[in-house]
Design a protein around this ligand. Structure first.
Ligand code: FAD
Ligand code: NA
Length: 389
């Protein structure tokens, strides 16, 4: 079909832009994606042996306080009443996360009141005595004291970065929230839940429109396919949600990313860990956490004698690895500023999403940012013919 807009990438950013331009402005949109499925990293599929829904690119929990985003996503799916909670297995004992009064009292074998716990943490955090933290261990100690920091944060973060805690820079963390109540609800947002029929049904409904065509296994930089960069840019407006450094042939250097490796297992037990996510903050365990997917949907009729678990390992991305979390070194930040300038002067192309802006975005943030791009740029273009830049 002839397109009024080409969207590169079918993640939540690209899907939102495409759906809005098709629906609100009656435009014909082609979405291309290099993967064999839509949805970007929010994609999920049912594990064939058990039928249990597995989030292919790591566990995805939907939460937002943005009313517009909540109303928008509810046009495509209902959400369950799932509330996210995380536990952590340290030295053979399980504690509630994020660090709260329950964690503190279990750890110190005490029955502190909120004020007593506050006083204790303040005293332990004063260990550095006003000295500027030299690395991220000292920074952590200055925020919550050494005992809790070393137990729950130091090695966990070191595993995420595959780097000795002493060698990590202090500016990786700026704050470590501690709750002085027993509330261990993970997110503080107004709305939270999981899509009732699964992520993929939601994502497919967004793309299910007469004026939207999706082309999978189609890379924007593959010159052998018709909708490639050289053919499209300058002729049809583009919203690009792939990696911004790749778009400009890495001319300003490669931006650093962390990636994750997932090890999935089907086990012959009905329940492996009794909860969706267990963190492993100790140095002698190589993975950072284990997800058990059946617990995301207690309302579903899953088999009672089998379960699916996924161990998560974290490392720096290289070569063809999936880019997941921006590393954000000072060199990355410099490079990003240069790419932003280039992106601004690239006529007819708007850069968006996680990869296009080199920014970690939760799903609700990606959707919110896409709605803003539609309001601020694409509406002007499609209603009064303003140029895209
Ligand atoms: P993506 O989903 O990454 O989509 C980009 C798409 O562009 C991909 O499909 C890719 O194949 C395609 N693409 C790239 N280059 C090209 C090219 N050259 N040609 C064609 N197509 C291309 N959010 C939450 O709210 N809650 C969570 O619990 C949560 N957990 C997460 C866990 C992990 C491990 C990760 C990585 C993210 C998580 N997120 C979570 C964030 C969520 O995945 C993002 O909000 C979402 O990915 C952002 O959507 P996006 O469209 O910007 O990017
Ligand atoms: Na531009």
């Amino acid at each position: 079909m002839d397109a009024d807009l080409v969207v590169v990438g079918s993640g939540l950013f690209g899907l939102t832009v495409a759906q809005q331009c098709a629906e609100r402005f009656g435009r014909r949109v082609v979405i291309i994606d290099r993967r064999s499925h839509i949805g970007g990293n929010a994609y999920s599929e049912n594990e064939p042996e058990t039928g249990i829904e597995v989030h292919r690119y790591g566990a995805h929990l939907f939460h937002t306080s943005n009313q517009r985003v909540w109303d928008y996503v509810n046009e495509f799916t209902k959400f369950t009443s799932y509330v996210h909670r995380v536990y952590t297995s340290h030295n053979g004992e399980v504690f509630p996360m994020p660090i709260n009064l329950g964690t503190i009292n279990q750890f110190f074998r005490a029955a502190y009141t909120p004020d007593e716990a506050r006083a204790l943490i303040r005293e332990q955090a004063a260990e550095l005595d006003g000295k500027e933290p030299a690395n991220f261990v000292e920074k952590g100690v200055s925020l919550i004291g050494r005992p809790l920091y070393e137990a729950f944060i130091a090695h966990y973060t070191a595993k995420q970065w595959q780097t000795d805690p002493e060698k990590l820079s202090a500016d990786i963390i700026s704050r470590l929230p501690v709750r002085y109540t027993y509330d261990n609800r993970y997110f503080n947002d107004t709305y939270e839940g999981l899509p009732v029929d699964g992520y993929t049904a939601w994502l497919e409904r967004m793309a299910d429109h007469d004026r939207i065509e999706v082309k999978l296994e189609t890379d924007f930089f593959d010159s052998s396919q018709p909708l490639n960069k050289d053919n499209v840019v300058g002729n049809v407006p583009v919203v690009f949600t792939g990696p911004v450094d790749r778009y400009f042939d890495y001319s300003e250097g490669r931006l650093g990313w962390r990636t994750l490796d997932f090890e999935e297992q089907v086990l012959p037990v009905g329940d492996f860990q009794g909860t969706p996510v267990m963190n492993y903050p100790d140095a002698d365990v190589p993975y950072t956490r284990i997800h058990e997917f059946r617990h995301f949907h207690p309302e579903r009729d899953y088999p009672k004698d089998k379960t699916v678990i996924m161990r998560e390992f974290s490392r720096f991305a290289e070569g063809e690895d999936e880019p997941y979390y921006p590393v954000n070194t000072p060199a990355d930040r410099d490079g990003l500023l240069r790419y932003r300038d280039r992106a601004k002067s690239e006529k007819g192309v708007l850069f968006g999403g996680r990869l296009g802006t080199y920014k970690y975005l939760d799903m609700h943030m990606a959707i919110g940012a896409a709605l803003s791009m539609v309001d601020n740029k694409l509406e002007q273009h499609f209603t009064v013919g303003a140029a895209i830049q």
